[in-house]
Every structure is written in structure tokens, then in C-alpha cells.
Design a protein around this ligand. Structure first.
Ligand code: APR
Length: 307
């Protein structure tokens, strides 16, 4: 079956997602941007490489939402990105207006799509997109934990000398400084990371994971896009292949972990209908406190949005 993936915002993140989707042959890719020629130019550049990597599907650029019609997956990256010194939250009101607007247009043309939100601040923007979409909350999902836990897995791999793919790890809560980085549950080849690394090293890894995006911004002068591109593509693949994969994602909470009525990152099962279920883990008191704190932080942002 031919799938259609539309990407709203053809900036650094949008283009990175598009290229990953093409490399994986997930389906036809449409990149939409307010600046039409940027989307068209990037699509042409990617098309010029199609012969070199057995690309099966086409990619196009547009600023017309009609061209996104009938998409199975729509990935929202439109918005402003962070500059050095800016937090994700500095983008709150500007990006909320953009996400609200683009989501309404997307859903008009693709009412059966599943939406993956990448625009920051992620958890609040996922909530804005869900409200604007009118869709069941299971069909609007934020990219957060898959990226954050990949950063965690990299730092543990770096510290132990293991291959990153042999490391497991989980982050929960906000896609931001208050996230809960659950090093207690991380493993290296099945061995608890707590057996291999000192408490001090694990604390350092938790800090670098939570601030990994900021570290990239400080180095490059713009926000990350290679890792977000691959992470969003993995989510799209799980949806399009109905793989029931367990990934940490930002989803609408309905009482799990004591949190209700906001988007927040938790482990979920992801398939063709979107969020199949939220997996509830036994947490320590300290971890429960962290979840409560990170949920408070997300609620604070949503309150700011209402003011
Ligand atoms: N409609 C369509 N496209 C838009 C709109 C809009 N209303 N507003 C902005 N855009 C486009 C811009 O023209 C730009 O091409 O969104 C793109 C954003 O690209 P970049 O500035 O390169 O930002 P990027 O690094 O891709 O980050 C996008 O993802 O990870 C998050 O924090 C990041 O919120 C940011 C988003």
C-alpha cells in the first residue's frame, strides 16, 4: 500500500524528517512551508538523489494544503526554533498561534491522519494541536521521549563503551529541563546501568540528557535536527506498519501516573490507530515526585498560554 506522509514546515527539522522517510521508503512525502520555494527547492534537492539510494516514492514541496490531502501521517514542525540563550518555553505563544493555524488546515484536508507534533515547547504544542484538530487524543502524539531516551542511550553507551543499540533507557515527563531521566531502569546488554556506572556519572548523564537539546543549540546556533528527524521517522514507521512498538511519546494523560488532562511523555504502544495504550510502571517515591513536578511545569506553560 502506498502511504502519504506530509510534513508541515520544511525547515531544518522538516527536511531532516523528509529525508529519513525517503531513505526508509516509508511513502510519498509532501513538504509544506509558508515559504513555498524553500519547500520546493529542498524537495528537488532530495529528488536529485533518488536514483542513488533506490528511492521508491516521490517527494514534493508546496505551500498549498490541498497537496497534503489524504495523508496517513502528518508531521508538524512549523514554528520558530530556539536560538542560543532561548529556552523551548520562550517560543510558547508564537508557536502556539502557528500550530493552531496549521493544524486546522491539515485536518481539513486529512481528517483521518495521525498527527506527530515536533514544534516546541513540545508538550504544550501537542495539546494545542490536539485541541485545534478536533481529533481523538489518541491520534495526536508529540515527539519527545524517543529523542530524549536516544540521547540518554548515547550518553550511557559513551560512558560504558557499549554500542548505543545495546543500551535501553527511558525518559518521562516534559520535553524540557524538568523531564524525568530514569537511569534506574536503563540497561546495557540487559545489565542494569546502575551496576556499571557510579551514582555521580549517572547524575551527570541525567543532566546531559535533560539539557541535550540546549547543548546542541549552544554549539550550532540553531536547534537539533538530525536526531529529531530519525526519531519522528521511527514514530511514523510504527504507525504506518501498525507495529505496536513501545516508545516513550508525549500523549494526552487520563489519570495514569496521577496525571490528568495534559500532554506528557510516558511509555506507550504505538500502532495504526495512534496511541494503543499507556504503559504504567512501578516508580519509586522519588521518581513519582519528579513526575508530579514535571507535570506541574507543563501545567504552568498551559496556564501562561491562556493568559
Ligand atoms: N506555515 C507553514 N510553515 C511555517 C509557518 C506556517 N504558519 N510558520 C513557520 N513555518 C516554517 C518556516 O518557514 C520554516 O521553514 O517552519 C519552518 C521552521 O524551520 P526552522 O526555522 O529551520 O526550525 P527547525 O529547526 O526546523 O525547528 C522547527 O521543531 O524541534 C522543533 O524547537 C523546534 O519548534 C521548532 C520546530
Amino acid at each position: 500500500m502506498r502511504s502519504k506522509i506530509s510534513i508541515i514546515g520544511a525547515g531544518n527539522v522538516g527536511a531532516s524528517v523528509a529525508q529519513c522517510c525517503l531513505l526508509k521508503n516509508l511513502g510519498t512525502v509532501v513538504m509544506l512551508d509558508a515559504v513555498e520555494n524553500v519547500a520546493k527547492g529542498k524537495a528537488l534537492d532530495m529528488s536529485h538523489a533518488a536514483a542513488l539510494h533506490d528511492q521508491l516514492f516521490s517527494v514534493s514541496g508546496t505551500s498549498d494544503y490541498a497537496d497534503t490531502s489524504g495523508s496517513e501521517v502528518v508531521i508538524i514542525t512549523a514554528g520558530r526554533a530556539r536560538k542560543p540563550g532561548m529556552s523551548r518555553n520562550d517560543l510558547l505563544k508564537i508557536n502556539a498561534a502557528i500550530v493552531d493555524d496549521v493544524t486546522r488546515k491539515v485536518v481539513k484536508h486529512s481528517p483521518d491522519a495521525i498527527l506527530i507534533v515536533i514544534t516546541n515547547p513540545l508538550d504544550a504544542m501537542s495539546q494545542v494541536a490536539w485541541k485545534a484538530s478536533g481529533l481523538d487524543h489518541r491520534r495526536v502524539i508529540g515527539l519527545s521521549g524517543l529523542l530524549d531516551s536516544s540521547r540518554l542511550r548515547y550518553y550511557i553507551a559513551e560512558a560504558t563503551g557499549a554500542g548505543p543499540h545495546t543500551v535501553t533507557g527511558l525518559t518521562m515527563g516534559e520535553h524540557g529541563d524538568s523531564m524525568a531521566v530514569l537511569t534506574r531502569l536503563a540497561t546495557v546488554g540487559g545489565v542494569p546501568a546502575t551496576k556499571l556506572l557510579s551514582a555521580e556519572k549517572l547524575a551527570e548523564i541525567r543532566y546531559r540528557t535533560a539539557h541535550g537539546g540546549g547543548e546542541v543549540v549552544d554549539l550550532m546556533g540553531c536547534s537539533a535536527y538530525y536526531a529529531p528527524g530519525i526519531a519522528a521517522t521511527a514514530m511514523a514507521e510504527a504507525i504506518l506498519s501498525d507495529s505496536h512498538t513501545t516508545y516513550p511519546c508525549s500523549v494526552y494523560m487520563t489519570g495514569q501516573y496521577g496525571v490528568d488532562g495534559i500532554y506528557m511523555c510516558v511509555p506507550i504502544r504505538l500502532g495504526a490507530c495512534g496511541v494503543e495504550d499507556i504503559i504504567e510502571l512501578e516508580l519509586t517515591d522519588n521518581e513519582k515526585n519528579q513526575i508530579a513536578e514535571t507535570a506541574r511545569h507543563i501545567r504552568g506553560l498551559l496556564k501562561e498560554l491562556e493568559e
